[in-house]
Design a binder for this molecule. Structure first.
Ligand code: GEK
Length: 250
């Protein structure tokens, strides 16, 4: 079980920039569940989506896989489908601490299900992934960590590589153009974190650490980018406060 996240209870008001290091990995499941309203619903729903859209003999990419929650949900969602042949899941993350821990976790589950679709954790940058032969690509709260000027290229490469009928699942924290709406949304998110047991000091510390690391964009910007990349239809299937998920179909 993951330890409780109290990283910002002790770092004061001027923490360094947020990093996916050993300290974060040790508390990651607790941190993401208590910070992202809806995370515990979004992950299994991605498994459900996989069951419908993953194609036989194709590749599924979990980009910015962290400890593999999405990959495992997809593996579960695909269980019992007898038509998948050589289909496999590739989970890519550029944090050695995350990939090492996920590999350890997988080893403890080994041989649980011989028929499960193979799942491979890879230490790598999502900008270098080859998307050819993919039927499903997932960016579950990962695109927000990529530089703004690199996002169009990644989305275009994903759309180009996907098989016909392939899908992208994108989940992001978004921002709002209207100042009053943005203020309310921030308050609601901070209320959520308080209700999850974070103190005001912890909320302020994490916010400062993420300031130049997690760069949000509006829903309009995300949808326009997916459409420009070549997706024919984009559907929002989840929103809780500023946390949204879309399905983009090629
Ligand atoms: C989940 N999807 O549990 N290349 C590879 N990995 C990256 C890159 C990059 N350029 N940039 C960031 N990451 C997961 C949660 S967490 C979201 C995703 C969060 C990785 C980074 O190391 C981290 O593991 C992940 O993306 C973002 O469903 O912590 O808010």
């Amino acid at each position: 079980m993951s330890k409780r996240d109290n990283i910002y209870a002790s770092q004061g008001s001027k923490p360094g920039p947020f990093r996916f290091d050993d300290q974060v990995v040790a508390v990651f499941p607790d941190m993401i569940n208590r910070s992202v309203p809806g995370y515990a619903l979004i992950v299994p729903m991605i498994g459900q989506i996989a069951r419908r859209y993953v194609q036989p003999g194709s590749v599924v990419h979990d980009l910015g896989s962290s400890l593999g929650a999405v990959s495992l949900a997809i593996q579960g969602g695909l269980s019992g489908r007898s038509d998948l042949g050589s289909t496999r899941i590739i989970a890519t993350d550029n944090s050695p601490a995350m990939v090492n821990r996920f590999t350890e976790l997988l080893a403890t589950r080994a041989r649980a299900d011989h028929k499960a679709v193979p799942l491979q954790p890879v230490l790598g940058d999502i900008r270098d992934v080859d998307f050819s032969g993919a039927s499903m690509v997932v960016l579950n709260f990962t695109l927000q960590f990529l530089a703004l000027d690199e996002r169009d290229t990644l989305l275009r490469r994903i759309a180009d590589g996907l098989l016909p009928g392939g899908v992208l699942v994108l989940a992001e924290k978004i921002c709002f153009e209207d100042e009053a709406v943005q203020r309310d949304q921030t308050n609601w998110h901070h209320d959520y974190k308080r209700m999850q047991g974070y103190s005001d000091m912890e909320i302020a510390g994490k916010r400062a650490a993420l300031e130049e690391v997690l760069l949000t964009e509006s829903e309009a910007t995300h949808v326009a980018r997916m459409e420009a990349a070549g997706f024919r239809r984009v559907t929002r299937w989840f929103q809780c406060f500023a946390f949204c998920a879309w399905l983009a179909e090629k």
